[in-house]
Design a binder for this molecule. Structure first.
Ligand SMILES: *[C@@H]1O[C@H](CO)[C@@H](O)[C@H](O)[C@H]1NC(C)=O
Ligand SMILES: *[C@@H]1O[C@H](CO)[C@@H](O)[C@H](O)[C@H]1NC(C)=O
Length: 303
């Protein structure tokens, strides 16, 4: 019995030394996974976390958001938890994490990129310095030619549902990808019915807070994968999209209404040199370690 307090003390000491209590020299990093992925699969974000830690001399705190409170819910969240709910969850996690209170760098993977941008816009506790978007869909998608990791059958089913019913209320509520489905042949329908993307892109009305909070970023880095077979159009990774009324001709960010009509403050960010476009050869999220170290870690995460 008498040994219990001593044992407790030892446990507390050990966890203080070996716990998440790294001596931090570098700005903490928050990651947000894409669909068909989870916070912590060892072969995906788990290995990126290790790469970040190794490259930053183990003097950095890296966390990968787990949405929904469990491993399984987190995996499902990429398809079935509405982005508004996911954002609320992420915002609470960040507000309650002292280590992040002085700011952090953020890395989004695929749809996690637009969710992190929305987090900057909506969540005052998220003081993001550099926002790295890896294959994000900032103006949405029109087509998911290849689904990652779902069986072909359910992938086909998803695509059909998105093609024919993306803007119906119940699909918008239940399927994450519908909330950023952007049909260029039906711009007005998209603007009125998209329950997520049209709102965060200020396409219905202007939310000045969104503009102001985005301006606080030091850099908004958008990485586009040239040979992407999952995201259509590839241009959305650089905040471009199909020209309204066309499903083949595309517009760059600077040619899009969001930019020319200055709905999101992107013009000011560009003038201030905060918007960085990076292109890399390869398919969706095919990230090579050497490339990632030289172009992302060394440039944007050594602060
Ligand atoms: C880390 O450990 C130090 C003591 O070594 C302690 O003062 C500090 O509060 C700890 N930080 C966290 C985040 O646990
Ligand atoms: C990837 O796309 C780029 C740009 O379109 C092209 O130049 C390159 O040849 C492509 N690479 C592969 C492996 O298909």
């Amino acid at each position: 019995m008498r040994s219990t307090p001593i044992l407790l003390l030892i446990i507390v000491l050990i966890s203080t030394i070996y716990g998440n209590n790294v001596t931090q020299n570098y700005t903490p990093i928050v990651m947000w996974h894409g669909m068909g992925d989870s916070c912590c699969f060892p072969f995906s974000l788990g290995s990126i976390k290790k790469l970040l830690e190794r490259s930053l001399e183990n003097k950095v705190y890296v966390t990968s958001l787990e949405i929904g409170g469990s491993y399984v819910r987190d995996y499902e969240s990429g398809y079935f938890i509405h982005p508004d709910k996911q954002l609320q969850d992420a915002c609470n996690q960040i507000a309650n994490n002292k280590i992040l209170s002085n700011g952090f760098n953020a890395i989004g993977f695929s749809q996690g990129s637009q969710f992190l941008r929305a987090l900057v816009q909506r969540c005052p506790a998220a003081k993001v310095k550099n926002l790295i978007s890896l294959g994000g869909q900032h103006q949405g998608v029109y087509g998911l030619p290849n689904c990652p990791s779902l069986t072909t059958k359910s992938c086909e089913y998803f695509r059909e549902m998105l093609n024919y019913a993306a803007y119906t209320g119940w699909v918008q509520k239940r399927l994450v990808q519908a909330t950023y489905w952007h049909d260029p042949m039906n711009e007005n329908l998209y603007k009125s019915k998209s329950t997520f993307l049209a709102e965060i892109n200020n396409e219905r009305k202007i939310n000045q807070k969104y503009i102001d909070r985005l301006q606080k970023l030091e850099n908004f880095v958008m990485v586009k994968f040239w040979n992407d077979t999952i995201v259509q159009p590839v241009d959305t990774q650089w905040f471009g999209f199909y020209k309204p009324g066309s499903d083949s001709e595309t517009l760059t960010m600077e040619e899009s209404d969001i930019y020319t009509k200055d709905r999101l403050g992107l013009k000011k960010m560009k003038e201030d040199g905060k918007i960085k476009f990076i292109a890399v050869e390869g398919n969706h999220l095919q990230i090579k370690n050497d490339w990632f170290i030289a172009n992302i870690i060394d440039v944007y995460l050594k602060n």
